[in-house]
Design a binder for this molecule. Sequence first.
Ligand code: SP5
Ligand code: ZN
Length: 346
Amino acid sequence: MLTFHNPAHRAHAGRHEMYRGRLVDCHEVPQRAELVVDELKRRGFGQPRTAPAADMRVVESIHARPYLDFLRTAWAEWVSLDPSHAALDILPSVWPNHGLRRDVVPANFSAKVGLYAFDAGSPITAGTWDACIAGAACAIEAARQVAAGADRSALVVTRPPGHHAGRDFYGGYCFVNNTALAAQALRDAGHARVAVLDVDYHHGNGTQSIFYERADVLTVSVHGDPMTEYPFYLGHASERGAGAGEGFNLNLPLPRGTAFGPWRRALEQGLDAVARFGASALVVALGVDTYEGDPISSFRLTSADFVEVGLLLASCRLPTVIVLEGGYAVADMGVNVANVAEGFAG
Ligand code: SP5
Ligand code: ZN
C-alpha cells in the first residue's frame, strides 16, 4: 500500500467551532494526522510520499471556480477588513436560507461566508487554503499512481477532511472534497466506473451531491441516521440519485448506538452494490469516527474491528484509494487507521 501525507495540513488549525450557543475547542485538530503518520511508520508502511502541485483542471471539475476563488482569498479579505481579525477564525453568522437568493454573490464579506458555509463549526484560518490544496494534490496523485499500477492501493493521510464539501459549499470541517477528487482522477485515468464507499460516521453529503446526477460514479454511504445525526439534512435511504444518476446513490443509515455486527452487515450491502455496479476502481472515504471512543459520534466499533473493516474493503479486489475523513478520538486515531490499512494489506 502506498501512503501519502499532506505536508501543509498543520497550516489549517481552527480555534473554535460553534456548538449550542458556545464556541468550543475544535475537534478537527492537527494532531489527528500526525498520530496516524507516526503509527503507520511504526508499523513499517514507510515514510509517506508527498505529491506534486494539484492539477487545477481536476479541482475545477469538482468545485466551482467562484467558490475556489473565495476559499483562496478569504483570509486576506478577512484581515484586510480589520487587522485584529488575524487573531480570529472566520465563522459565518448569516445564511441565505429559505426564500433568500443564492444566485447573486454579495460584496459583503460576512454574507459571502454565509453563502458558501452550511454550518458554524468549520472555521477558515490563515492556512486553510494551503492545507486544502495540498490535500487535494495528495488525493489526485494517489489516484493517478494507483491507476498507473504503481500499487493496488493507496492511503491518503490528510486534513482537513473533505466529504461534506460540495461543488460550491463547505461545512462539517470540510472545504475541498478529496474523496471526490480521487474518484474523478480515477475516471480521468480511464476507469469507466468508479465507486465511492463512505464509511465515516457522518453521511458524505458533499460527495453525494457532487455525483448525484452521474451514472459513472456510484456513491454509497454507511452512516448515522440523519434524523438524529449530523449533517441532518441529507443522507436518507430514499435518496437514490437523479436524472442519469438515478439508482447510482445508496444510503445505508443506521441508528445511534449501532455495534459492529449490524454495521458490518450494512457495509456488506454496500460492497454488494459496488460489485453489482461493476466498478473497476474504488475510493474509500475512511472516517474512524465510528469508533466506540469517538467524542462526537455514537457507533460502537472497537479498535480490533477496524482490522476487519480493512479486510472487508480489500475483499472487493479493486484498485483502491483510501482517503482519511473524520475521527476525533485523537489518541486512538493512529491505531484505528493503521488497523484498517493492515487489514486491507493483509
Ligand atoms: C468529517 C467529519 O467527520 N465531520 C463531522 C462534522 C460534525 N460537526 C458537528 C459536530 C457537533 C459536535 N458537537 C460537539 C460536542 C461537544 N461536546
Ligand atoms: Zn465524520
